[in-house]
Design a binder for this molecule. Structure first.
Ligand SMILES: Cc1ncc(C[n+]2csc(CCOP(=O)(O)OP(=O)(O)O)c2C)c(N)n1
Length: 512
């Protein structure tokens, strides 16, 4: 198993060791090229693996002990599947796992004999690299893990990425070239498929505005004149543009802003949908559905389309749409706009900003990202889990040590995976953590309060965050004035060690 992983260039094995995983960890004694990265809880280390994959676009490999180790890993596997990260679990087989994996992992393989080890491991990694990025698992019966494997099987031939037919790509390019007012909706596959440059060229040739959604903030630079910014919601200010568009090219999930409130008839005449495969396209209307390697398809489309000579939407209107979240914030959270302005003014361009809680929702709408792998928000996508930001940032920082990793989180989400601050310490990973503290599950308070008859079950008794930081060897800073967060952040970025900044800040859900 270890030989096959090293053969694929895998350099880290994320996990918590124990029974069932001992044979794999034992083999690491003889293979210094595969290093164990040990976490403190399977959910935490699974998110570390996810963050590493997010930062590198490569397959992360994790392991866990059977049963409780796997159920603790279920959320990271689901998160990887729904958010489109490449995370592969290698683990000892146990019959009860099958149901957990069926509902969380997209790819699954069981190795029955030693002669299948190499072949099946290569195949599942091929699927993750060439197909839809997702959570995956490969199981080995104990006998396969502990007995000699004199022959672990041949290396399979690489099938290569799936591509649509030339005719489909030409039809899509012709529709886009002829469109009077096309709009592009860019999802995560643009980034996971290394398609950002092709998307930029495509949008510029078509002079088509671009919305980013689902984990794709920055896939199209927020400061570009054609940018519509980031949104999840079909009811946002940009929805009218999508309703009026004669062609919408949607890349990634066929939901949210990609389909909005448009009727099936309109989608059937308007939508060109591009995704890794047609698994998410069943039974939904589209004028044209294209399945294949998203980055390669975008490259072909960018080359094939004919440049348009006029703008469908004026620069002024696009700038107004980009500014909408700020105008909305002025009415919804006027006390907090200074915080976001101050934060935005000091964020380095190549920041890795890991968000959680309501602060993440606002940061995604309001702050500017100019590159694809710079903003990450676990709660805002896929499984909707809290507690991704801290471990996710650890993994990303391990992968990209030269870039700064900053976490912004609510107090509630901060305590979902604080144990991984020990992983941060152990591997000398520098983080800057900003905890926006309102001593409350704020989203619960406001959603129950605004929509369900009253705020209940939201108040929290928090630890002393300064003492918590101290316990994990971090600098502890209180930033009493949210409007000065930028300066406080700059001082933290100047340090070589990790800092936790606590700032009093209460937010409200974004409903604009
Ligand atoms: C795993 C998981 N459990 C529960 C929730 C429900 N939930 C959504 S937001 C929230 C409160 C988060 O509080 P905090 O992190 O302090 O952020 P705030 O809402 O105050 O911005 C809860 C409990 C969730 N999204 N994920």
């Amino acid at each position: 198993v270890v030989d096959a992983l090293v053969e694929r260039g895998v350099g880290h094995l994320f996990g918590v060791p124990g029974h069932g995983a001992y044979p794999i960890y034992g083999a690491l004694n003889h293979e210094p090229r595969l290093k164990p990265i040990v976490g403190r809880n399977e959910q935490g280390i699974g998110f570390v693996a996810d963050g590493w994959s997010w930062a590198t676009n490569k397959v992360s490999v994790a392991t866990c002990v059977p049963q409780a180790g796997l159920t603790n890993s279920a959320t990271p596997i689901l998160q990887a599947t729904l958010d489109g990260e490449r995370v592969l679990y290698v683990l000892e087989e146990e019959p009860g796992h099958r149901d957990v994996l069926r509902s969380t992992a997209k790819y699954y393989a069981r190795v029955n004999r030693p002669e299948e080890i190499r072949t099946k491991l290569h195949s599942i990694i091929d699927q993750l690299e060439d197909g839809r990025p997702a959570g995956a698992a490969i199981e080995f019966p104990t006998s396969v893990l502990v007995n000699a494997a004199p022959n672990s099987g041949p290396k399979p031939g690489r099938v290569g990425p799936r591509m649509p037919t030339d005719a489909q790509l030409e039809e899509a390019a012709a529709l886009l070239s002829k469109a009077a007012n096309p709009v592009i909706v860019a999802g995560r596959p643009v980034v996971a498929g290394d398609g950002e440059q092709a998307l930029l060229e495509l949008a510029e040739k078509l002079r088509a505005p671009v919305h980013c959604h689902y984990n794709a903030k920055g896939a199209f630079p927020d400061n570009h004149r054609l940018a519509l910014g980031f949104t999840w919601s079909a009811t946002s200010a940009g929805e009218k543009l999508l309703e009026d568009a004669d062609v919408v090219l949607a890349i990634g999930p066929r939901e949210g802003v990609a389909t909005g409130r448009r009727s099936p008839e309109q989608l059937a005449s308007q939508l060109i949908h591009l995704d890794w495969d047609d698994d998410e396209q069943q039974g939904q209307p589209a004028r044209l559905a294209i399945a294949g390697h998203v980055g390669l398809c975008l490259r072909r489309l960018a080359d094939l389309v004919k440049p348009r000579t006029t703008d469908a939407v004026s620069d002024g209107h696009l700038a107004e749409l980009r500014d909408h979240p700020w105008r909305y914030a002025d009415t919804r959270i006027p006390w907090a706009t200074g915080f976001f302005r101050s934060l935005g003014s000091e964020l380095p361009r190549d920041i890795m900003l890991f968000c959680d809680s309501m602060v993440g929702i606002w940061a995604f709408r309001m702050l500017e990202a100019t590159m694809g792998r710079s903003f990450r928000f676990g709660w805002g996508n896929g499984s909707g889990t809290l507690g991704y930001a801290t471990p996710g940032a650890i993994g990303a920082k391990m992968a990209e040590p030269a870039r700064e990793a900053v976490i912004i989180t609510g107090d509630g989400a901060m305590l979902y995976n604080p144990q991984e601050l020990a992983t941060m310490m152990m591997y000398g990973t520098k983080l800057t953590v900003i905890v926006c503290n309102d001593n409350s599950f704020g989203a619960v308070r406001d959603n129950l309060g605004e929509n369900f008859g009253g705020a209940i079950a939201h108040g929290l008794a928090n630890p002393d965050f300064m003492a918590l930081a101290d316990a994990f060897g971090m600098r502890a800073v209180k930033c009493e004035d949210p409007n000065s967060i930028g300066k406080t952040l700059l001082r933290a970025l100047d340090q070589s060690s990790s800092t936790l900044i606590e700032v009093p800040l209460e937010l409200r859900p974004y409903r604009g």
